[in-house]
Design a protein around this ligand. Structure first.
Ligand code: SF4
Length: 439
């Protein structure tokens, strides 16, 4: 039993880097601490506990984690500092050496944070306590809203794919998941709290079911039955796991939105082979075609990595031309970053930082063209948008079923409301459509 009296009247700050999964897990950590009596510190208030949930997707991410920890240590002198997440899992010794850090916890320990905090007495500099597990197998459930309108339901964690450039299997462990029944229960709870939209999150969500003998398709069908949840979005799903039956189901479902996010990573078959991805461009193109055939209005976001080892000028041109010809809506462009311990380091051809930058700029420009062309088709239409809390000083915004970002005149009372809006035209920086509420 943990003695929670030590946590009474303590305050905490949370800092998250990285993906949706991390944000969702930080909210769950926050909930655990709140239940133990820890209040979230107000803006500017000095906290007793700092929790940093780190990311290690690139070298830059590692650097940002170190900077964030140093900043928090300075802002909250004397606070008990806990660092967890992918960077903590992969480089625990480096994290433990940072001045002010008390406890370093791996991926599996996130769930039991309380038991590692002891009596909150600070450790000597450089003597942080490290607890990580190499063979990560525990599935830590998480469904949270944080300060956003949408809920993020973690359905799966880890990955067994071992793509040549990726460290996620080392940082998050093997593919695993909770049961369909537990996911339905969490979605039902979210609906009872007033939640209207849930994003299904995971590292390789199409792989759902590995540890429970179930399937992602069965999960989708079960969640579709939960009363009160009006919208689901499937976050990133591997193209080889996005089956026709899932696409067809989404097309006829009222709750699963016509919105997909599919990692392509490269539009060159030669580079896909070097990356050890499990599909080729022909398969990817067939998935896009299938989606558009049954849902012509679907929003399709695509991840692309530029400058991977082995991506010659010629391969990049192949990739660019392939992507330019795809009927997709938005590109999420990442620059390749060398990660220690990955197979990609054995490939000799290295892309210069200048070339990576140029390639990334070309794809970002292509992405803008595609997104704007997609948005333009809907100007003049009336659609339903779920409104979200806006940041101070920014217009109220929301998203249509097919993920068009709309801005309206309105206030936070519309947060989490489904509103019929008429789409008028682009906003000033052409990142959203201005819209008017239709009475
Ligand atoms: S499928 Fe995704 S998470 Fe898994 S190894 Fe490949 S890139 Fe990494």
């Amino acid at each position: 039993m943990i003695d929670t009296t030590v946590f009474q009247d303590k305050t905490a700050v949370y800092y998250t880097l990285g993906c949706k999964l991390n944000f969702s897990e930080t909210s769950t950590i926050g909930k655990t601490l709140r239940e133990a009596g820890v209040r979230t510190a107000r803006k500017g208030e000095r906290a007793d506990i700092c929790v940093v949930n780190t990311c290690s997707v690139t070298e830059m991410a590692d650097k940002k984690c170190r900077q964030a920890i140093n900043k928090l240590v300075k802002q909250h002198p004397g606070a008990f500092v806990v660092v967890t997440g992918c960077y903590a899992q992969l480089k625990p010794d480096a994290v433990a050496k940072i001045d002010g850090v008390d406890v370093v916890l791996g991926a599996e320990q996130k769930n039991d944070l309380l038991q590692y905090l002891g009596d909150l007495h600070k450790h000597e500099a450089g003597e942080a306590h490290i607890t990580t597990t190499k063979d990560i197998r525990l599935f830590v459930p998480s469904c949270s809203r944080g300060d956003r309108t949408r809920y993020f339901l973690k359905v799966q964690d880890g990955c067994d794919y071992y793509c040549s450039y990726c460290t996620i299997p080392f940082a998050r462990g093997r593919s695993r998941n909770g049961t369909i029944a537990s996911m339905v229960e969490q979605a039902t709870q979210a609906a009872a709290e007033g939640g209207k939209e849930i994003v299904l999150a995971g590292v390789n969500i199409g792989d759902f079911g590995k540890t429970t003998g179930e399937s992602f398709f069965d999960l989708v069908k079960a969640l579709d039955q939960v009363e009160g949840i009006e919208r689901y979005r499937i976050s990133s799903i591997e193209p080889n796991l996005l089956t026709d039956e899932i696409i067809e189901f989404v097309a006829q479902s009222k709750r699963f939105m016509p919105h997909f996010h599919i990692p392509l990573q490269s539009g060159s078959d030669d580079v896909l082979k070097l990356m050890r991805r499990r599909y080729d461009t022909a398969l990817f193109a067939s998935k896009i075609e299938k989606i558009k055939q049954v849902m012509p209005h679907a929003f399709i976001g695509v991840d692309v990595i530029v400058g991977t080892r082995g991506e010659t000028d010629e391969f990049f041109e192949d990739a660019y031309n392939f992507i330019a010809g795809l009927d997709v809506t938005q590109l999420h462009v990442f620059s390749y970053s060398e990660r220690p311990g990955t197979q990609a380091l054995k490939i000799e051809y290295v892309v210069s930082p200048e070339d990576k930058h140029k390639r990334s700029q070309r794809l970002l420009a292509l992405s803008d063209e595609k997104t704007q062309a997609f948005y333009e088709q809907y100007i003049g239409n009336t659609m339903t948008a779920l409104m979200e809390k806006s940041k101070e000083g920014t217009p109220m915004h929301g998203f249509t079923d097919n993920y068009i970002r709309v801005e309206i005149d309105g206030d936070d009372s519309l947060d989490n409301c489904l509103v019929d809006v008429k789409l008028i035209g682009f906003n000033d920086d052409r990142t959203s459509l201005k819209a008017e509420i239709v009475s």
